[in-house]
Design a binder for this molecule. Structure first.
Ligand code: CA
Length: 240
């Protein structure tokens, strides 16, 4: 890797910030820290970071507000960090609403407190790996269905001329379904295949992601052309 990747920890608990900082540094990452939402936004205007670890409960602006500002930037927000920068949300055990809201705001993964720093670092690496693009790669593995084109090398999805902005998870889910076109998967199978067995979520996570994908890729999300619901079973990808 030519340049150090920068991880930004936004967390008000000093002990958590310090231990995560130390573990990330040992793995060769550069680390930035903010202890409040307000400070985080100031720093995001000055620095372009590669991944954000975002606590939800923060003094000042909370994690939801920060995530929304990153994902849906306005001229006013003037961020140096890109709107598709991966975000790992830190949430409290059992707070399902927090988790789902996190995914609705385009978080790529979440970790439930208390967590092991080693586990968090593994998640950081996995999310970065998924987001790695290799524009110089030879060949084209893109899948094309009508006007929908999915390019796994650039992690890019286009609908006709229009470039769509998908989170890493939305892309993974779409890619998985499209690679197995016409095959029906249950939500549990999708959870295991796309999120992994170690994932701490439940099947509503899949429902939320399918809905968001449809809003992005379907000309009419109410009458899907690509992602179809098979009632009582799950979903399949097929251009119809
Ligand atoms: Ca907190």
């Amino acid at each position: 890797m030519s340049k150090e990747q920068v991880i930004f920890i936004i967390e008000d608990e000093t002990a958590i910030r310090e231990v995560v900082h130390k573990y990330l540094q040992l793995e060769g990452f550069a680390v930035l820290e903010a202890e409040s939402g307000t400070q985080a936004l100031v720093m995001l205007r000055e620095h372009s970071v590669d991944l954000i670890i975002l606590d939800i409960m923060l003094p000042g602006l909370d994690g939801f507000t920060i995530a929304r500002t990153i994902r849906e930037p306005s001229e006013y927000s003037q961020l140096a960090t890109g709107s598709s920068t991966p975000i790992i949300v830190l949430t409290s055990r059992g707070d399902e609403n927090d988790r789902l809201a996190g995914f609705n705001l385009g978080a790529d993964d979440y970790v439930v407190k208390p967590f092991s720093p080693r586990e968090l670092v593994a998640r950081v690496k996995a999310v970065l790996r998924r987001n790695q693009s290799s524009p110089q790669s030879e060949g084209d593995d893109s899948l094309v269905f009508g006007v929908l084109c999915i390019d796994p090398r650039r992690h890019a999805v286009t609908l006709g001329e229009k470039a769509l902005s998908l989170t890493a998870k939305e892309f993974d889910l779409l890619w998985f379904l499209a690679c197995h076109a016409r095959q029906v998967f249950s939500r549990e199978q999708l959870l295991n295949s796309v999120w992994g067995y170690e994932f701490y979520g439940d099947e509503s996570t899949v429902t939320v992601h399918i809905r968001r994908l449809r809003e992005k890729i379907e000309p009419d999300p109410a009458k899907p052309t690509y992602i179809h619901t098979i009632w009582g079973v799950g979903y399949k990808f097929e251009e119809q």
